[in-house]
Design a protein around this ligand. Structure first.
Ligand SMILES: Cc1cc2nc3c(=O)[nH]c(=O)nc-3n(C[C@H](O)[C@H](O)[C@H](O)COP(=O)(O)OP(=O)(O)OC[C@H]3O[C@@H](n4cnc5c(N)ncnc54)[C@H](O)[C@@H]3O)c2cc1C
Length: 397
């Protein structure tokens, strides 16, 4: 087999499906190669934050199982709790099998050829096309969009110096009695400090809870133990029906280039997840759409596409990830700074991160000036501020 397309998209997650949809809408001939049988389960909380809904050019309301207008942020070591409420959903809960398939189906309707159970094993580069070798034979295209996720085969075959930081995360699909499920209704819950360098979450779905935990420490040895403690804390320790899943999240991007030899890296393959929260769907969609737009605007000429995609990533994605990494270091690597931040600024932090997730602000708008950071990281300043500290304005959990 040796089929030819303008563009081959590898992977049918949000990055790949959105890229394929936009390309097909512009009349470009596109094939999506997906190694799994569709629709497929994806290890993920399935939480769509407000900025996802804003940037998604398709209506996916039919796959939303529950809208959460309230976010609860707990800091377990100090038993502090903060809540914020918004008129528009802060997080819309989905199962990724249905969400991803909804976008892919729209792409298929727009003319995309979808090949499931096609696992890409190798890519080779030629002057004006790329050969993609799969478990079912080879295909050729003028360009390839690598949307094959955090363990991207295509990125590995490109032999880039992979500077992504992959952190471990667990996701359990937990069935609880309906009266217990009702207690979680409408609230996206986040618990910091369990594990010590990470956080846990409980997302209510239609008939069950998606409960997860991640650690920013790359070698977290006891994530399962943290999960057991979290299930107990939520009162779910004794439930019997639990599906257990684990995967990784890239919270630091590739060094770049993000396009090389006619291959464009998008989503987790590029390392575009949010460094503070691990939320990756919004940057996956944004980068997928940007890659497609670069191919369309560049009229499939290599140099023009390279300049367009590099420009968009540099301008619209990398600065926010950079500032997010600074904030993440403060939150996860410096326990005393973090305790102080939660006790003094917990509500503001809760509002600020909610604004970022809602797409109302970006991390770079939070004005993390070098002087402020130095002050925050200074133990001397921390000690004196502890003496000065006013009475806390928050709830205890
Ligand atoms: C436990 C956990 C919880 C998370 N919770 C959230 C959350 O609530 N909200 C959020 O926004 N983000 C969350 N994320 C992050 C989010 O899941 C990812 O950032 C997002 O899925 C990235 O999308 P993508 O399209 O780049 O890749 P993916 O969604 O990973 O899609 C990649 C696709 O490529 C396919 N593929 C892989 N290799 C090949 C190959 N060789 N050939 C063909 N196909 C291939 C895969 O089967 C898959 O379908 C979570 C991640 C984890 C691990």
């Amino acid at each position: 087999m040796n089929r030819t397309h303008d563009v081959i998209v590898v992977g049918s997650g949000p990055a790949g499906a959105c890229a394929a949809w936009r390309l097909a809408k512009a009349g470009v001939s596109v094939a999506v190669l997906e190694k799994a049988a569709l629709p497929r389960y994806k290890t993920c909380g399935g939480g769509l934050v407000g900025r996802v809904m804003q940037m998604l050019p398709l209506d996916v309301r039919h796959v939303v199982e529950q809208d959460c207008h309230t976010a609860q942020l707990n800091f377990l070591p100090s038993r502090l709790s903060f809540r914020t409420h918004r008129p528009t959903p802060i997080v819309s809960m989905t199962m990724r099998s249905r969400f991803d398939f909804a976008i892919l189906s729209a792409a298929q309707e727009a003319g995309v050829a979808v090949h499931e159970r096609y696992a890409v094993e190798h890519v080779s580069f030629h002057d004006d096309f790329v050969t993609v070798v799969t478990n079912r034979g080879a295909m050729q295209a003028r360009f390839v969009v690598a949307a094959d996720g955090a363990l991207s085969t295509v990125a590995r075959k490109m032999r880039l110096a992979d500077e992504r930081t992959l952190i471990p995360a667990l996701e359990y699909e937990v069935t609880v009695p309906h009266d217990r499920l009702d207690g979680f209704h409408g609230t996206a819950r986040f618990d910091f400090g369990l594990p010590s360098q990470g956080y846990a979450w409980a997302f209510p779905k239609k008939h069950h809870l998606s409960i997860g935990v991640l650690s920013m420490a790359q070698r977290e040895s006891d994530l399962k133990q943290s999960m057991r403690r979290y299930l107990d804390l939520l009162g779910c320790g004794s439930v019997t029906q639990i599906e257990r899943h684990g995967f990784v999240i890239p919270i630091r991007p590739q060094r770049g280039p993000f396009i090389e030899n006619r291959i464009l890296l998008v989503g987790d393959a590029a390392g575009f997840a949010d460094p503070v929260t691990g939320e990756g769907i919004s940057f996956a969609i944004r980068s997928g759409l940007m890659a497609a737009q670069a191919l369309i605007d560049g009229k499939l000429y290599e140099e023009s596409v390279r300049n367009a995609y590099t420009g968009s990533v540099t301008e619209a994605i990398l600065p926010d990830l950079r500032t997010g990494r600074v904030l993440a270091r403060l939150l996860y690597n410096f326990p005393r700074t973090r305790s102080w931040t939660f006790s003094q600024l917990g509500q503001r932090l809760c509002e600020a991160v909610t604004d970022v997730m809602a797409g109302k602000r970006q991390y770079r708008d939070l004005r993390l000036k070098p002087r402020t950071l130095l002050q925050l990281l200074s133990p001397k300043w921390l000690r004196s501020s502890a003496h000065r500290s006013a009475r806390p304005r928050h709830d205890r959990v």
